[in-house]
Design a protein around this ligand. Sequence first.
Ligand code: ZN
Length: 131
Amino acid sequence: MIYQFNISTKERYQLVDITDKIEDLVLKSEINNGSVFVFLPHSTAAIILTENERGLKKDWLDFAKKLVSGFNFEHDLIDNNADSHILSGLLGQGKTLPFKNKKILRGTWQQIFLFELDGPKNRTVIIQINQ
Ligand code: ZN
């Protein structure tokens, strides 16, 4: 089954916890055991698994900004978001997680985040649930 939902982001770089939305879809699906693929049809945002802790979220944003600072990106001459494309590609635009008895087998500190890298934007999250 394929589902989707939208998320409106407010900042240029922002972490949005989407764990509850993914877990809800897994609960409502008719599949008990399988895998859930979380995918973004976007090349300037990413999906990451990390702990939902205020300091760590700030660390991610600071680290991401620093990683792509100090370059003269060619693509910036076109639409000024080479940093967003590069971080999106590095972090990845999708993740697959296993679930058993409708419960995602993630660690306690593995929340699912949409990492906005070129906001504010309206983002689509695509969820594929497979047996
Ligand atoms: Zn671009």
